[in-house]
Design a protein around this ligand. Structure first.
Ligand SMILES: NC(=O)c1ccc[n+]([C@@H]2O[C@H](COP(=O)([O-])OP(=O)(O)OC[C@H]3O[C@@H](n4cnc5c(N)ncnc54)[C@H](OP(=O)(O)O)[C@@H]3O)[C@@H](O)[C@H]2O)c1
Length: 265
């Protein structure tokens, strides 16, 4: 006699019916892996994937072809407030409710932008560029998507922060803009969690550290990592989705690592 496989854990704790999800940074390392895993989940009915540029012949285009009508692609620069509102309007046009938002867009380096090693390298333009996506986008995205979070069901708003954003854990220094922007993101979303405790008690707002993940963001800084520290985007996504699935509204406002362990502010 064959034993039936156990039912998969709902993507959001306590959610009975089908789930609708939204993933930002869906063209990036962790975002794309999370998108693929959500699309493979039997309880996920629809996923809205947000990218900055139209996909070419990349895995995202293949996912879109494999899941017509289930995967909705949106183009948006998340540092543009008007684009955020257009995104929310476009999602609302096809989706009455979002049960899970996973914000994976972020920035550490770019052409002409390198994490600072010393005070002499700190520049206003770089601080503004990094804060725009790593601090401001997550809270502004929450503002435009809030009306789509159901009041009668549990919903999760999870955002990828970083352990280096922890002030208590900062022993090495450097990376001024990125560290400070992630710390600001933590404060903004922790504040939001306190508001939602009153206004949306079924909503869980999480700040998550994905681990050290082999993606374009970390690639220039991997050389001096201890062996075994680097994980794949698929491993990171699986761990993050497990932390999200286990979280309840009592966890709202927490800063958690990929294994569910709390990180000091
Ligand atoms: N990788 C790690 O080891 C690690 C560790 C700690 C925390 N994190 C955090 O995890 C998150 C995901 O990182 P990742 O490793 O997956 O990096 P990634 O592969 O570089 O992906 C980041 C994604 O964010 C998108 N993005 C950047 N600016 C944007 C904007 N203004 N509008 C819309 N999208 C934008 C990028 O789009 P484009 O491709 O168009 O640039 C890219 O797809 C980030 O918040 C990062 O800080 C990563």
């Amino acid at each position: 006699m064959s034993v039936p496989a156990p039912a998969p854990v709902p993507p959001v704790h306590g959610l009975q019916g089908p789930a609708t999800c939204l993933v930002t940074g869906a063209g990036g390392g962790i975002g794309q892996a999370a998108l693929a895993q959500l699309l493979a989940h039997p309880q996920v009915a629809q996923v809205h994937a947000v990218v900055r540029r139209a996909p070419g012949a990349d895995p995202l285009a293949a996912l879109a072809q494999a899941h017509p009508g289930r995967l909705h692609l949106h183009l948006a620069d998340l540092t543009d407030e008007a684009a955020l509102q257009r995104l929310a309007d476009a999602v609302a046009a096809s989706t009455p409710a979002l049960h899970l938002v996973l914000h994976c867009a972020g920035l550490l380096h770019a052409p002409g932008l390198q994490p600072e090693r010393a005070l002499a390298q700190v520049r206003l333009a770089a601080l503004q560029q990094v804060f725009a996506i790593d601090a401001f986008a997550p809270i502004l995205l929450a503002r435009v998507l809030e009306p789509l979070l159901p009041r009668a069901q549990q919903a999760v708003y999870a955002s990828l922060s970083a352990r280096v954003g922890s002030i208590g854990d900062n022993r090495l220094g450097g990376w001024y803009a990125y560290r400070a922007a992630k710390a600001a993101q933590n404060q903004l979303l922790h504040t939001l969690a306190i508001e939602w405790r009153r206004t949306r008690p079924q909503a869980t707002c999480l700040l998550l550290h994905p681990g050290t993940v082999d993606t374009p963001l970390s690639r220039p800084f991997q050389a001096r990592l201890p062996p075994g520290q680097l994980i794949t985007p698929a491993q990171a996504a699986a761990r993050l989705l497990a932390v999200i699935a286990a979280a309840t509204p009592a966890d709202s406002g927490r800063f958690l690592a990929w294994d569910g362990a709390p990180i000091p502010w």
